[in-house]
Design a protein around this ligand. Sequence first.
Ligand code: ADP
Ligand code: MG
Length: 597
Amino acid sequence: MGGSYIADLANQITFLVALAVSLNLLLGFAGQMSMATAAFYGLGAYTCAIMTAQGMTLTGAAVIGPGWPFLGGLASAIVVSFVGGLVVAAPAARRVRGDYLILLTLAFHFLVVTIASSWVGLTGGPNGIVVPPIGFFGYEINTTDQAFWFLLAWAAFVSLVCWWIGRSPFGRLLRGIREDEIAIQALGKRTIAPKSLAFAMTAAMAGATGAISAAYMQFVAPTTYSLDLAILVAACVALGGPGNILGSVVAAIVIGALRPILENVPSLSSDSAVPWQTVIYGSILVAGMVFRPRGLLPEGLIAMRRFPREAISAVPRVVQATLLKTVGERDQPALAKSSVPNPMIASPIVRVRNLSKSFGGLQAVKDVSFDLHPGEIVALIGPNGAGKSTIFNLMTGAIRPDQGEVTLHGQSLAGADPCAVARSGMARYFQHVRILPGLSALNNVAIGVPRQAGENLAMTFLAPMRVARGEAEVRAEALRQLENVGIAPHANRTAQDLAFGQQKLVAFARLLATGAQVLLLDEPTSGVDPQAADQIIALVRTLAQSGKSICIVEHSLHVVSELADRILFMNAGAIMAEGTVEAITTRPDLVDLYFGT
Ligand code: ADP
Ligand code: MG
């Protein structure tokens, strides 16, 4: 192939850019580390080579492929690497922790490289395969210079696709999974499919890039697809900033351009340049990790202020309304605090029956039964370790009971996972908040909105207008919920930068965004200042008045007496007493237990 050295260099950089941005989709957005970049790059290259090769191999054997044109080779490379990606990702995606994926992708890398070098009949072994040049519709690219524009267009296309996915609701879902997969499942979102799909998309883009590079170099051989390449690409992502597509582009250009510069430094002859390059790349990476741990261009650097300041009211409207209302109510000697005068008349929305759970020798929950009615606030109180959070874990399917059953709207929840439970209308507020630290407050809440069209990757490309309309509604809803809890002015701030009390309010807004009918609140006011606690009390009361059923675990007797229609007093896994605030707080034995005297 004729053409200039500079053009070839630029072309190699386009491959690095395409690989880096596609890995960023997986590593930066979905938070999944893959060592299989070179393997999928090679898989695509070999697929294209086998499907398009013609005549004889270098060793004189007849080629076994169908001799398709380039576009056929490219299409088959995309299909094979996409399917290969699904096969590799599916078993790993079932696990919440991602370390397993690193091992699995490493094993896959060695599998691909071994097949490429040993299955001589298929791959030509160490000799490789001669590949026809890039060509379509009768037009053939034969020089490095001609190839440049095509390769540049490809790298730009891959970058655009990754950027588009990254900023879509699907991308937000991936980032949510990266931040806290358990929190995402508890909002009623499936996580296995998006994780697998992100992996397969990354694999398909690497595979397609491999196919193009094979036809560009007109040759494939196993040494091209080394682990070094996989690490180099990961270094580009880490250096550029995980979650920032532009950062990967810049880092890939810089690192790609560094190689020939090093090769041309006279004191580093080509042979000695190779280890020196590794040392220099390694040093850059280490320096980057130390001085800019989130990359040169951190995620969200160019976050746009999508909301004009005046659109955001600083006053929590619902809270204000409730405070006014409750001031009025205090004058009346009302017994029941919620809108349903006597909850026992309405049939229960949740039935908990004979729940038991032990952890090893410890019986954390013993034969617990209770009901929850529409519009009712039930407080679950008791000393630390009584088993309150475990009851919520059992009710939401986070852990399986040894015995007993929970029904919601008369349907048994036996065997349902947290996602399914949330989807059927029972959502949970975690004792450990489980905010998504790297996302803005607004996105934290937006992710809670159910049934978003844009969370379907196909829709993101096939129905972009519908997705955009849906997203506008989702953001408006998220903003409404942030206003509800009074922190709309912080909508664009990253959640990890908010004060703890504000983070709890964001988590509360996220819970409300799910629209769930039954809310399980695990210590929503613990650790927040009295003002935020009063805000939460007012909110919970409004929610019950709007007909939601609420079970709240609380330590503060103030909160409990402000809110609860009924108290369940738990100790050592069992419900010891049930009754009104007055009935429970006037029993000296319970008070002693509660305060540990
Ligand atoms: P609390 O009433 O304070 O929320 P928990 O429900 O968190 O209490 O815990 C009840 C008991 O069960 C504690 O002794 C706790 O150590 C134990 N426990 C809770 N979850 C687990 C678990 N996953 N494995 C083992 N022990 C657990
Ligand atoms: Mg607890």
